[in-house]
Design a protein around this ligand. Structure first.
Ligand code: BEZ
Ligand code: FE
Length: 283
């Protein structure tokens, strides 16, 4: 094309991907080009602004390493991660997905339910009990539950050399009745990493960097869609302005004084045990 102009540039760029053999990838890239160009047109993007945008991406690249992705964080704080989670749901009766976050890694210690993660952690002890169900309400036995959360100082074990390796995480299987139980501590709210370009944008925008306290879960069972989700604390002050938009009403659970005699007798040495219950429905 000898005469590229602002009208033919978008179809011209799109058709440069015509040879992409993966049809879905070709479709996604052409749509991306179309939205990217529309963004520049809508905003009448100047050279200065375009350079500032590239600099933001350069800074994100510079601070990203094996254990920290500023690009994932960008996806989270611009609501993209949460939107992809919501789009992945095809049944309104299934438990909604929520942010995976940056602190999940494979290889969690395999434990038997009921699992006790307390060890020497500070904090309020709580028994998290749940049942994994299918869309018809039948319990799913032997479903895998991968669980992780932060410690009483708000940090995950990977962020904090004072914590033992694998602190406050485990992997277990549901019993025949679909139930599981994890004794842990009540998680704490914490802020997203603020030392990179995303943090600088938050400061400029006077945006709250807090995430409400949550427990993370990945639930897997053959024949069902894997569920990546979070359980939030009803009393958390940041529920209404999660920095990464992960909160859904049905994922908010209440922490109550444990009443169940069987549970209390199993953990008689734990004073003031709380209980949080949530059943999860897999598609
Ligand atoms: C988290 O849940 O751990 C998390 C999610 C998004 C950004 C930062 C942290
Ligand atoms: Fe988290």
């Amino acid at each position: 094309m000898r005469n590229t102009n602002s009208k033919n540039l978008t179809p011209l760029t799109q058709s440069s991907f015509n040879e992409l053999s993966n049809d879905r990838l070709q479709f996604i890239i052409k749509s991306f080009v179309s939205h990217l160009h529309d963004f520049a047109r809508d905003t009448q993007l100047t050279h200065e602004e375009w350079r500032a945008g590239l600099e933001f991406l350069h800074q994100a690249g510079a601070i990203t390493d094996q254990s920290r992705s500023e690009f994932s964080l960008m996806s989270d704080v611009f609501g993209l991660s949460s939107l992809v989670d919501l789009l992945a749901m095809s049944s309104a009766n299934a438990t909604p997905g929520s942010n995976l976050g940056p602190f999940h890694s494979r290889g969690s210690p395999v434990m038997k339910s009921p699992a006790n993660l307390l060890k020497n952690n500070e904090g309020q002890a709580v028994a998290f009990r749940g049942k994994i169900l299918d869309l018809k309400g039948n319990p799913i036995p032997k479903a895998t539950v991968d669980f992780w959360q932060n410690a009483d100082n708000g940090l995950y074990w990977q962020q904090d050399p004072s914590q033992a390796q694998d602190n406050l995480r485990c992997m277990l299987h549901t019993a025949e009745d679909g139930c599981f139980e994890i004794v842990t501590i009540r998680p704490k709210p914490y802020t997203i990493p603020m030392d990179g370009p995303v943090g600088a944008l938050f400061t400029l925008s006077n945006r709250s960097p807090w995430r409400p306290a949550h427990m993370h879960l990945i639930v897997e069972a053959p024949g069902h869609k894997t569920l990546v989700t979070e359980i939030f604390d009803e009393e958390d002050p940041y529920l209404d302005n999660d920095a990464v938009f992960g909160v859904r009403e049905v994922l908010v659970a209440s922490y109550k004084k444990a009443q169940d005699t069987e549970l209390l007798s199993r953990y008689k040495d734990i004073p003031n045990l709380l209980e949080v219950r949530l059943d999860l429905v897999l598609e």
